[in-house]
Design a protein around this ligand. Structure first.
Ligand code: FA5
Length: 340
């Protein structure tokens, strides 16, 4: 009977060596059949046969353990080399599924706004997320301690700049005026204007409501040449709005106060898609660049004049799509975002 055990041993060991679930082989019918043979053997052969069968079971158990270890090692990640660069150990970063992702509506519109101004001859510049008080206030003709500084609800950091003043989160894109004037003043010497826009994010510690967010977008515009007038300012903004909405837009200006422009205005726009007579929204702060702001960039105000504006992009987009509350933009609500 020992002869029957050897071929079964070979078959079962072979099966174990290639199985993904080697322990199942202990339930193989061949093993059951061979065990069932014992009571049919003459009593003097039973002990010997039983021993051989136990030996077989032991060999199978060992082979199963070896195979299980082999399978486990095959799935174990390679050992980590702690001295290697991050990507050696981590492998490629797994990305979230993106099939439903879209560009945020404000980013889509920033692209459209930039391309219109580019076609109108303006260079595009970026702002920053942290700035100093010189660019937020001093270069914009806000003297130190001037009460108008408080109008801007500016977030400050614990870190200080070289003057010992806290750094700030820019509360308007006008922080870039001085840099633009300096960067492009070379144009004036060759008879070209300074013409640049800055579409970027700004931050204010505001009381929030349907038209006021703490984080929003503005597009700053700066234009300087000889003989520039308020008429040029209004014409530029009207041309932009007409292009953006694809129709002529009614605007009106009210006198206002900004330390960095003189005269200063608030420009409001009639909702281009509303029949209501009183549906106006305040959209832009603007004016003729103050002589002190030109001087801070070494430009002679007796020779050159210019205008600047800061237009609220969130409100511009709200009008385009009939969005009733500015806070939807930062809400991260998918039901809102998926409409764009
Ligand atoms: C300014 O920020 C000036 N820097 C604008 C300026 C630039 C004037 C250059 C002169 C020369 P104001 O605070 O009014 O101004 O903001 C300008 C526009 O930004 C507003 O008309 C509005 O469209 C938008 N805006 C202001 N505050 C908010 C807010 N909390 N949420 C959404 N949009 C806002």
């Amino acid at each position: 009977m020992a002869d029957t055990i050897d071929p079964i041993r070979m078959t079962l060991l072979d099966q174990i060596a290639s199985s993904d679930t080697p322990r199942d082989i202990l339930r193989a019918p061949e093993l059951k059949d061979i065990t069932a043979v014992i009571p049919t053997l003459p009593p003097e052969e039973r002990a010997d046969f039983g021993k051989k069968l136990n030996l077989l079971r032991g060999q199978l158990a060992e082979a199963i353990e070896r195979r299980e270890l082999e399978l486990e090692n095959a799935h174990r990640p390679a050992p980590i080399d702690v001295t290697a660069p991050w990507d050696t150990n981590a492998g490629p970063a797994s990305l979230l599924p993106t099939e439903h992702g879209t560009t945020h509506p404000l980013m889509q519109e920033v692209g459209i706004v930039s391309s219109i101004f580019e076609r109108m001859g303006f260079a595009i510049e970026d702002s920053r997320e942290i700035d100093d008080q010189y660019h937020m206030f001093d270069a914009l003709n806000f003297p130190k301690g001037h009460p108008a500084r408080d109008d801007y609800d500016t977030f400050q950091t614990a870190e200080v700049d070289s003057d010992g003043d806290p750094l700030v989160a820019p509360a308007h894109t006008s922080t870039m005026q001085n840099r633009i004037l300096k960067k492009y003043r070379i144009n004036l010497g060759v008879g070209e204007p300074i013409a640049a826009v800055v579409p970027d994010r700004v931050f204010r510690n505001e009381d929030l409501d349907a038209t006021h967010e703490h984080t929003f977008y503005q597009v700053e515009g700066v234009y300087v040449a000889r003989g520039v007038t308020v008429g040029n300012l209004i014409a530029t903004l009207s041309a932009f709005l007409g292009e953006y909405y694809g129709k002529e837009v009614e605007v009106r200006t009210n006198p206002f106060y900004f330390p960095f422009t003189e005269p200063s205005f608030e420009l409001s726009m009639k909702n281009p898609f509303s029949d209501k007579e009183d549906d106006w929204i305040e959209l832009v702060g603007c004016g003729m660049i103050h002589p002190n702001v030109l001087r801070a960039a070494d430009i002679d105000p007796n020779e050159y004049t210019g205008f600047a504006w800061g237009l609220g992009i969130d409100r511009l987009v709200m009008m385009k799509y009939g969005i009733e509350d500015v806070r939807h933009f930062e809400s991260a609500r998918l039901d809102f975002l998926r409409q764009f």
